[in-house]
Design a protein around this ligand. Structure first.
Ligand code: FMN
Length: 203
């Protein structure tokens, strides 16, 4: 009789442990708990940078994320200009108020001869989409490596293109990048989000 009770208890315990493991596994997959969701939430637009240079090796690690981004037909029309020289940064400051003291600025553009063009829809082309995906990869990888960035489209495109880019490139965004200052914190916009049912329409 005693042996029977012990066997039953052991079976119940095993079931409880199994359930806990199963539920634990599910909880791991829940929203917010995945490494991707943690990183996506951790990233925010950094608008205060430390006065500290970014080692080239670290920048290269960040930029490698650009190289695994998808682009239309894999044409890879994107270009990333890395601005670090004082004179280039000074030029950029004339064209945008949004460097926020970062020591490095990435200028994202695409080569107009290389991006995909729709054969049947005049004007439909992939350059801006390609660059946007590439820049998103870079932004997230930078956050993963402890660097701050901000996506900036408030700059004088035509003047920047004239000053810094070859003739066949169109600029899409600039991205200050560097170590966040100690007091850098997300703006209220970072967490002000519309509910999903306002942006996702099920058909
Ligand atoms: C297409 C685009 C353009 C943006 N342009 C600017 C800009 O010119 N200046 C700036 O400070 N932030 C700019 N931002 C950053 C947004 O304001 C910011 O991503 C948004 O408020 C959400 O905040 P978070 O990035 O901290 O989550 C831009 C973001 C995107 C995606």
């Amino acid at each position: 009789m005693k042996k029977e009770i012990i066997t039953k208890l052991a079976a119940v315990c095993a079931a409880v442990v199994c359930m806990a493991m199963f539920m634990g596994g599910n909880a791991m997959a829940a929203e917010g708990d995945s490494p991707f969701m943690d990183l996506a939430k951790k990233r925010f637009s950094v608008r205060q940078f430390a006065d500290k240079p970014v080692p080239k090796e670290l920048l290269l690690k960040v930029l490698e994320a650009a190289n695994v981004a998808p682009t239309a037909k894999n044409l890879q029309p994107h270009r990333i200009h890395v601005l670090t020289k004082t004179e280039d940064i000074a030029k950029l400051d004339e064209l945008s108020p949004c460097r926020y003291g970062a020591p490095v600025v990435l200028v994202f553009s695409y080569n107009t001869e290389e991006d995909w063009k729709h054969g049947e829809e005049p004007g439909v082309r992939s350059g801006v989409e390609d660059v946007s995906i590439v820049a998103t990869h870079v932004m997230l990888r930078a956050a993963e490596l402890g660097l701050g960035t901000t996506w900036v489209n408030r700059f004088r495109n035509s003047q920047l293109e004239k000053a810094l880019l070859p003739e066949n490139e169109r600029s899409v965004l600039i991205m200050p990048i560097g170590f966040p200052a100690e007091n850098a914190k997300p703006s209220r916009m970072h967490t002000t989000k519309k509910p999903l049912d306002k942006t996702v329409i099920w058909h």
